[in-house]
Design a binder for this molecule. Structure first.
Ligand code: NAD
Ligand code: UDP
Length: 337
């Protein structure tokens, strides 16, 4: 069975390709490499023994999409391809709406033409905005704080409306919390371009000496130690969540919505300490002002995914920090081109 994986050379997509292959599903990747490298394919092959079929191209290009559906027998689509930097999205809203919204519409149009109605979408906990309580369940109200978040919310709404209008669709919305970590081999991991926006790659780059000091954004939040609390999930747990979602509801018509998180809140300072424990390295940090748009606490109630998909995160915080560090140590400058 073949699944089209858009954004499949990216961080979460590449790890999901490994999990798909392990489950006997063949990923076919479409990626324009705007935020990933071709050499990821070598690593997938080294680890799994299988090299995924790869199309270099853009989800906004209907010609390549139609070609893929003609050439391959695609059972469903897992749609990762998107621009994802929250801060950048406030500077370049047009680019975010154009890439994420127009790109998703183009992909859905090609699926309809090909008669493929099985869709899994990379959504995000960002659609919960500033939640009124934690842990967050799937029925919490949705709102958003950035153009990036707006693209996720708008796409969720589009998928819902399309499913209502045409019940042949299986629309699965997976709301990820904070994916970190790397494949346990150290051969695959997160490879941000430029200065990392996210906490874990920033910490590992300080540890490896590429950056001087971690800025901790705010220590006056109403949390135990004053720093923000998030739900960090190992990227391989997240990858396996996609396989479960495909197996349980990927081909079942309807709208399926799941939180994919570990269900545990961890503060920034707790993460810094966990990393020090795993790596034996002290992280140089300083406390600075809050980052605009950050919410104090955001963590999942993942019970629905456990109940209905039979999935739960099994890897610990120590697994996450250890694997992130191994990846950074063995690949100090990320993937080769
Ligand atoms: P990533 O940037 O590593 O991967 C995205 C991939 O999509 C990249 O390889 C990029 O080259 C590709 N891409 C982007 N636009 C494209 C286009 N128009 N055509 C073809 N390819 C295109 O990001 P990631 O962290 O792996 O995130 C994957 C998905 O998960 C995204 O939709 C993101 O919004 C979502 N998500 C990520 C996080 C996170 O913290 N990483 C959290 C919640 C949701
Ligand atoms: N953070 C930080 N310093 C950094 C990057 C992030 O203090 O250099 C904090 C950020 O304020 C947030 C948490 O770490 O509270 C997680 O941030 P990240 O950007 O990784 O994920 P988010 O939950 O914001 O999507």
């Amino acid at each position: 069975m073949k699944i089209l994986v858009t954004g499949g050379t990216g961080y979460i997509g590449s790890h999901t390709c490994l999990a798909l292959i392990a489950a006997g599903i063949e990923p076919v990747i479409l990626d324009n490499l705007c935020n990933s490298k071709l050499s990821v394919l070598n690593r997938i092959e080294e680890i799994s023994g299988k090299r995924p079929l790869f199309y270099q191209g853009d989800i906004r290009d209907s010609v390549i999409l139609d070609r893929i559906f003609q050439e391959q027998s695609i059972a469903g689509v897992i749609h990762f391809a998107a621009l994802k930097a929250v801060g950048e999205s406030t500077q370049k809203p047009f680019e975010y709406y154009e890439n994420n919204i127009a790109g998703t519409l183009s992909l859905l149009g090609a699926m309809r033409r090909a008669g493929c109605f099985h869709f899994i979408f990379s959504s995000s906990a960002t659609v919960y905005g500033d939640p009124h309580a934690v842990p967050i369940t799937e029925d919490f109200p949705r709102s958003t704080m950035s153009p990036y978040g707006q693209t996720k919310l708008m796409i969720e709404q589009m998928l819902e409306d399309m499913q209502t209008a045409d019940p042949r669709w299986s629309m699965t919305l997976l709301r990820y919390f904070n994916p970190i970590g790397a494949h346990a081999s150290g051969k695959m991991g997160e490879d941000p371009q430029g200065i990392p926006n996210n906490l874990m790659p920033y910490i590992t780059q300080v540890a490896i000496g590429r950056r001087d000091c971690l800025n901790i954004f705010g220590n006056d939040y109403p949390t135990n130690d004053g720093t923000c609390v998030r739900d960090y999930i190992h990227v391989m747990d997240l990858a396996e969540g996609h396989v479960k979602a495909w197996q349980v509801c990927g081909e079942k018509a309807g709208l399926h919505i799941y939180n994919l998180g570990a269900g545990q809140g961890v503060s920034v300072l707790e993460m810094v300490r966990a990393f020090a424990r795993a790596s034996g390295m002290e992280i140089n940090y300083k406390l600075v002002d809050r980052r605009p748009g950050d919410v104090a606490e955001c963590w999942a109630d993942p019970a629905k995914a456990q109940r209905e998909l039979g999935w739960k995160a099994t890897r610990t915080l120590d697994d996450m920090t250890r694997d992130s560090w191994l990846w950074q140590q063995t690949n100090p400058n990320g993937y080769e081109a």
